[in-house]
Design a binder for this molecule. Structure first.
Ligand code: HEM
Length: 159
C-alpha cells in the first residue's frame, strides 16, 4: 500500500469534517439563535429554509466524503475489528454521528421531516425553533466529542 494514499484519505476526511461540522456549528451557535432573537416568527421559517437549503448540498457532499474516506482508512489499516473494541469508542461515536446525519439528510428530510417541521413551525413557532435548537446543540456537542476522541485516540492517547 502506498502510505501517501492513506494520508490523502485522512486529509479528505478532515477537510470534509471541517466543512460539515463547521457548518453545523454555525447553524447551531449563530444562525438559529439569531433567527430566534431578531426575526418575527413568520419570517423565521422563510429565512431558515433559504439559508439551510444553501448548506444542504455542502452537508450531503461532505457527509459522503467523510464516510468514504473513513471506510477507506479502516480498510487500509485492516482495522474493522476496532468496532469490537470499547477503547475505540470514538470510532463508534464518529460512525453513530455519520449514520444520524446520513439518515436525516438523505432519508428523513426529503421524506417527511421538512414538511413536518414546516407544520410544527406554523402551529407553534417558538416551540418548533426551540426544539430545532436543542436538537442541533445535541448533535453539534456529540460531534465535538467525536473530534476530541478521534484526535486524541488516533494519536496514541490512552483513554
Ligand atoms: C462512518 C463514519 C466515519 C468513519 C468510518 C471514520 C473513520 C476514521 C478513521 C479510520 C480514522 C483514522 C484513525 C487512525 O488514524 O487511527 C478517523 C480519524 C478521524 N475522524 Fe473519522 N470516521 C467517520 C466519521 C467521522 C466524523 C463524523 C467525524 C467528526 C465529527 C470524524 C472525525 C475524525 C477526526 C477528528 C479524526 C482524527 C484525525 C487525526 O487527527 O489523525 N470522523 N476517522
Amino acid at each position: 500500500m502506498n502510505y501517501n494514499y492513506f494520508v490523502i484519505a485522512k486529509i479528505v476526511h478532515i477537510l470534509a469534517v471541517v466543512l460539515w461540522i463547521g457548518g453545523v456549528g454555525f447553524v447551531t451557535t449563530v444562525l438559529i439563535p439569531s433567527l430566534r432573537k431578531t426575526q418575527e416568527p413568520e419570517d423565521r421559517l422563510r429565512l431558515f429554509g433559504a439559508l439551510e437549503a444553501k448548506f444542504s448540498f455542502q452537508a450531503k457532499l461532505t457527509t459522503l466524503l467523510a464516510g468514504a474516506s473513513g471506510a477507506y482508512m479502516l480498510q487500509v489499516m485492516d482495522a474493522w475489528s476496532r468496532y469490537t473494541m470499547p477503547q475505540y469508542w470514538w470510532l463508534h461515536l464518529m460512525t453513530f454521528i455519520w449514520i444520524i446525519f446520513t439518515l436525516v439528510l438523505f432519508v428523513l428530510e426529503p421524506l417527511f421531516l421538512h414538511n413536518w417541521f414546516h407544520t410544527q413551525a406554523t402551529k407553534n413557532n417558538e416551540r418548533a425553533f426551540l426544539a430545532l435548537q436543542v436538537m442541533h446543540v445535541v448533535l453539534f456537542s456529540l460531534s465535538l466529542f467525536a473530534i476530541i476522541g478521534g484526535m486524541a485516540g488516533s494519536h496514541g492517547f490512552i483513554f
